[in-house]
Write a protein that binds this ligand. Structure first.
Ligand code: BTN
Length: 261
């Protein structure tokens, strides 16, 4: 890769943020995690045009064809491991800001728990947050991996997917989306107060998909129907089960309600 391309990508991120661009790599999350373990400087974005081993949440594969944006931020945010539960909401809102910046109508862009962004109710981005804890209760470094579907999307998914081009007709180069995303992430991370997330959570909730409605919930061992009732101050999804009892979820997937299957 020519150093000109590297310089061009580096010029897109806010001042004080490093960028490493690769024409192709396995997974930007893996590259960033290795760099974090080796003590590389942060904050640094690892960006690629194509991933050969893109990773999704819960061990899934993330199809990574050219034309979309694949990037991971390696950062030291020095928060307690328990505080990371609210980070997905911040990242989801930064991704939402980005889709709006690049031309999506705000009311078409919704946050789906825990950190997906939908355009016209179809998944348009994925976020994979991984962390390393050097001391027991504090994070050492955090890797925030983000994939934005700009030009293509997988067809055979359990939750329907789409891309910006399909929904708006707009061709957005990955570099344009990255410039906006890196700015939005920086702004939101600087303002993040892990001990005071009420404003963040209410902003996420105002833009959320399915809140107050019956949805099908998938966890590692169970599938059940519940009404999405809100987010608690620790970042858990509050659910009202069919028998009226409440439950709080920290990991899982939400699908359309049973009547919509
Ligand atoms: C999901 O399952 O929804 C999360 C997908 C996360 C994909 C992004 S693409 C950039 C970064 N590198 C990876 O291997 N995964 C994340």
């Amino acid at each position: 890769m020519s150093s000109l391309i590297q310089q061009e990508w580096a010029s897109l991120a806010p001042e004080g943020t490093n960028v490493q661009y690769y024409a192709e790599c396995g997974s930007t999350n893996s590259v960033a995690t290795e760099a974090g373990a080796e003590g590389f400087e942060t904050p640094t974005w690892y960006v690629t045009g194509r991933q050969t081993a893109g990773r999704g949440r819960r061990g899934r594969t993330w199809l990574s064809k050219p034309g979309n944006l694949y990037c991971s931020l390696l950062t030291h945010i020095g928060v307690k491991l328990s505080d990371l539960a609210t980070l997905p909401y911040l990242v989801a809102l930064a991704v939402r800001d980005t889709f709006i910046d690049i031309g999506c109508a705000p009311d078409t862009v919704q946050c789906k728990w825990p950190n997906d962004i939908l355009i016209n109710e179809k998944k348009s981005s994925g976020v994979l947050i991984e962390s390393s804890a050097a001391q027991s209760q504090m994070t050492d470094f955090v890797v925030i991996g983000i994939g934005l579907n700009l030009a293509n999307f997988p067809e055979d998914t359990t939750f329907p997917a789409t891309c910006v081009k399909r929904e708006t007709g707009i061709d957005v180069p990955p570099s344009t989306a990255f410039k906006s995303l890196s700015k939005n992430m920086r702004r939101r991370l600087v303002a993040w107060r892990p001990n005071d997330v009420s404003t963040l959570i209410s902003e996420w909730r105002d833009a959320s998909w399915g809140m107050g409605e019956r949805r099908e919930i998938h966890t590692l061992g169970e599938t059940f129907v519940a009404t999405l009732d809100g987010i608690d101050d620790k970042g858990g999804l509050k659910l009202r089960l069919e028998d009226g009892t409440m439950r709080v979820l920290f990991a899982g997937d939400v699908f359309s309600g049973p009547q919509q299957h």
